[in-house]
Design a protein around this ligand. Sequence first.
Ligand code: 13P
Ligand code: SF4
Length: 348
Amino acid sequence: MKDNQTDKDLIEKIKAIKQTLGKKLIILTHHYQRKEIVDLGDYKGDSFDLSQKAARDEEARFIVFCGVHFMAESAAILAKPHQTVQIPDMNAGCWMSDMADAYLVERAWNEVAAIVGENRITPLVYMNSDAAIKAHCGRYNGAVCTSSNAAKAFSWAFQQREKIFFFPDEHLGRNTGNALSIPADRMLVYDPEKPLGGNSKDDIRKARVFLFKGYCLVHTRFSVDNISDMRKKYPDAKIVVHPECTAEVVKASDAVGSTSFIVKYAADAPAGSTVIIGTEINLVKRLALEYPDKKILALKDSLCPNMFKINLKNLHSCLENIGKTNIVNIDKDVKKDALIALENMLNL
Ligand code: 13P
Ligand code: SF4
C-alpha cells in the first residue's frame, strides 16, 4: 500500500516536471521498459525507431532515454549540438555489447583482414555495441544495423565488398544469413578466445560471413524444448521470437522479428487467438494487458536486468536534474567515426 502510494507520488511529480518542460523534453522508451515507464514516455519503439526519433527530433533540448546504455549512446551520437541525452541509470548496460570490447574487435578484424585483405570485408555492427565498436565500423565505411533492418544491411554490405564481419551477435548474424540463403558452411563463428577465432586460414579465405561469438543471455535461454512444450499445450497458438534467439529456436517458431515486429504481430492477431512470445518478459506482460481479448503468453519468463534498472525513482531523479546529471558523453573522435556507421544505417 505504502509503495503504491510512493509510486503514485513519483508519477505525479514526473508528470509535473514534464508539464513544466513541455516540448523542451522528450522521453524515449524502449519496448522492454516496465509499463509505468512506457506510460510516462513520449515515444516508445524498438532500437531502430528510437535512433530515428533521436536523429530527427530538433525541438527537444533534453532527451531522456529509458533503455540501455548503448541505445542512449546512439541517441547522443545522433543528437544535435543543442541537445543533451541523459539515461536514468548509467549502469544499465548490456551483456551482449560487453562481450565485444574494442580490443577484441580490433584484434579479430586485424587477424581476418591479414588473411583475406581488409578491402574485401564490410564490417557490420549490431546496434547492441559500444560507441567505440561503431566507430571502428565507421572507419572502414561499414554500417550499424538493428534486428529490424539486418537483412537490408547485409544486402547493402555485400554490394560494397564480398565478405561481412558481423559484430557482436552470432545469432542475429546467422539468422540473417539463413534468411538470405547464405550456406551454413560459409558463415564462420569467430571466437575471440581462440587463435584465428578457432578457424583455419583456409576456412577464413572461403567464408562469406564472419560471426563474432557474442550472444544475449535473455534470448539464448529459449529452447526448442520450450517450443515443443508450448505447442503440446496450445496446438493452435502462433509462436513469435526475437532474432537474438538461436537459429534452431527461430526455425521452430512461426515468425521472427524485432520488438516492434512482435508488437505488431500481437496487435494483428485475431481476437480469441493465442500468441506465444519469445522475448523479454516486460514486453510480453504489457502486450498481455493491452490485448485482453487474446491469450498472450511468454515462451518462458526471461527478464533483462539491465532494462529493469530504469525505474520511477531514477527517472524522477534524472528529470529533477535535467541537463545536469547522467549525461551520456561521447569522445569527439569516436563520435565522428561512429556517426558514419549510424548514418549508413539510416540511409539504407
Ligand atoms: P530491438 O532492436 O528489436 O528493439 O531489440 C533490442 C534488444 O536489445 C533486444 O534484446
Ligand atoms: Fe542486451 Fe539482451 Fe538486454 Fe537486449 S535483452 S539489452 S541484448 S542483454
